[in-house]
Ligand binder design. Structure first.
Ligand code: LAC
Length: 385
C-alpha cells in the first residue's frame, strides 16, 4: 500500500517537474538539449550581461493598477501592425542560426508564427533558405538585413528576400562594432562543421560565402558586414527596395526622430537583446521618450526582455504597437521544434489575454498608461515621459 502511494507520489512529482507551463521551463529544457556553446550563443550577451538582466527586470519596476467591473472576461487581442492583421500584438524578432536549436531551423519558427497568426522576422544569418521560411507560413515574413560591405551583394540579398515574398526589411542599426560577448570569446564560437547559413547562399556570389565558416563568428561577420552605417544607408536602402524599411536597434528618442525623417516605416526599440552595449538602457525605459518624440507617426515595436504576458501589456500601455520576442522562440524550437515554439508563443499570448482581463481591458485600445505606476521604492533613472 505504502509502496503504491510512494510510486504515485514520485510519478506526480516527475510529471510536475516536466510540465512546461512558462518560458523558463522551455529555456531549461532547451538548455538540456543544446550544445553548450550554442546555448551560450543564444543566452549570452555583452560584458557582464547586465542589459539582458535589466531588460527583463524593467518590467518588474512597473506596477499594474487594474480597473474592475468592466466585463473584461473575453478580451479581443487581435490587432493591426503596419497594415497586417495579427492574432496578437506579439511578433518574432530576428535571431540567427535556428538550425543550432533544431534541425528544422527557421522553417520550424515560421510554422509557429503561422500557428499563432503573427509576423516572423527572418535573419540575414538564417539556417534555412528565405524562400523555405516564407513557404512555411501564410502570415507576413519580414527580412532582417545586415547591410553588407558590398552594395551589389546587399542588393542581391534584398532582392532574394523580395522574391521569396518578404513583406518588409528590418535594418539592424546597432552594430557599428561587434559586441564583446565573453561567452562566445571563451568558446571561440563558430558554427559547427557542416552548418550552412542558407540565407547567405547567393547565386554567383560564392566568393562572398560558399557555405563554409572556418573562423569564429565575430570574424566572419566583421569581414563581410558593413559596420560604419549612417542614416544615408537607410535612404540608400529605401532607394533599392519598394518594401517598407523598419529601423531596428533604436533606444534614443533623437534617433527615432531621425528614423522617421529618413522614411522608416517603423521603429523597433531594441538593444539587441543585451548582446551589444552592456548597461544600455532597458528597452522598456527607452519606450516612453520615444513615444513622446515620434507619437504615432509610425508603429513602434518593443524588443527585449519579454518573458510574460504582463510584459506585453506594460509595453502596450506605454505606447508600443506590438512587442517582439527573440530568445523565448529559440527555447521553444530547441525544446520541441515548431510545436515548442508554438507553445511558447501561445503561453505569452494566453498570459497576455489573462492580464488584459485582470486589468479590465476589453481590447488593445483600452490598455492605457493609467494602469501603470512606476515602482517608486526603487531609485530608477527614468526617461522624461
Ligand atoms: C547576433 C547577430 C547575428 O546577435 O545578430 O548574434
Amino acid at each position: 500500500m505504502e509502496r503504491i502511494e510512494e510510486k504515485r507520489q514520485s510519478a506526480s512529482n516527475s510529471s510536475a517537474a516536466t510540465m512546461m507551463i512558462n518560458i523558463a521551463d522551455y529555456e531549461a529544457k532547451a538548455r538540456s538539449k543544446m550544445l553548450p556553446a550554442a546555448y551560450d550563443y543564444f543566452a549570452g550577451g555583452a560584458l557582464d550581461e547586465r542589459t539582458i538582466a535589466n531588460n527583463q527586470a524593467a518590467f518588474g519596476d512597473i506596477h499594474l493598477v487594474p480597473r474592475v467591473l468592466r466585463g473584461a472576461s473575453t478580451p479581443k487581442i487581435s490587432t493591426r501592425l503596419a497594415g497586417h492583421s495579427l492574432a496578437a500584438p506579439i511578433i518574432i524578432s530576428p535571431t540567427a542560426f535556428h538550425g543550432l536549436a533544431h534541425p528544422d531551423g527557421e522553417v520550424a519558427t515560421a510554422t509557429a508564427a503561422n500557428a499563432l497568426g503573427t509576423i516572423m522576422t527572418v535573419s540575414t544569418t538564417a539556417s534555412s533558405a528565405i524562400a523555405d521560411v516564407t513557404s512555411a507560413t501564410s502570415y507576413p515574413v519580414w527580412f532582417q538585413l545586415y547591410m553588407l560591405k558590398d552594395r551589389a551583394i546587399t542588393r542581391d540579398l534584398v532582392r532574394e528576400a523580395e522574391v521569396a515574398g518578404c513583406k518588409a526589411i528590418v535594418l539592424t542599426v546597432d552594430v557599428p562594432a561587434w559586441g564583446r560577448r565573453e561567452r562566445d570569446m571563451r568558446n571561440e564560437f563558430a558554427l559547427p562543421k557542416g552548418a550552412v547559413i542558407k540565407s547567405l547562399l547567393l547565386k554567383g556570389r560564392e566568393d562572398f560565402y560558399d557555405g563554409t565558416m572556418n573562423v569564429p563568428l565575430s570574424q566572419f561577420i566583421s569581414e563581410r558586414f558593413k559596420f560604419d552605417l549612417t542614416w544615408e544607408d537607410v535612404v540608400w536602402l529605401r532607394g533599392v527596395t519598394k518594401l517598407p524599411v523598419f529601423v531596428k536597434g533604436v533606444v534614443h528618442p533623437l534617433d527615432a526622430v531621425e528614423a522617421v525623417k529618413s522614411g522608416a516605416a517603423g521603429v523597433i526599440i531594441s538593444n539587441h537583446g543585451g548582446r551589444q552595449l552592456d548597461t544600455c538602457i532597458p528597452t522598456l525605459f527607452a519606450l516612453p521618450s520615444i513615444v513622446q518624440a515620434i507619437g504615432d507617426r509610425v508603429p513602434i515595436v518593443l524588443d527585449g526582455g519579454i518573458r510574460r504576458g504582463v510584459d506585453v501589456l506594460k509595453a502596450i500601455a506605454l505606447g508600443a504597437t506590438a512587442v517582439a520576442v527573440g530568445r523565448p522562440v529559440i527555447w521553444g524550437i530547441a525544446a520541441d521544434g515548431a510545436r515548442g515554439a508554438t507553445r511558447v508563443l501561445e503561453i505569452i499570448r494566453d498570459e497576455f489575454r489573462n492580464a488584459m482581463s485582470l486589468c479590465g481591458c476589453n481590447s488593445i485600445t483600452e490598455i492605457t498608461s493609467d494602469l501603470l505606476r512606476w515602482n517608486t521604492t526603487k531609485r530608477v533613472l527614468l526617461p522624461r515621459a
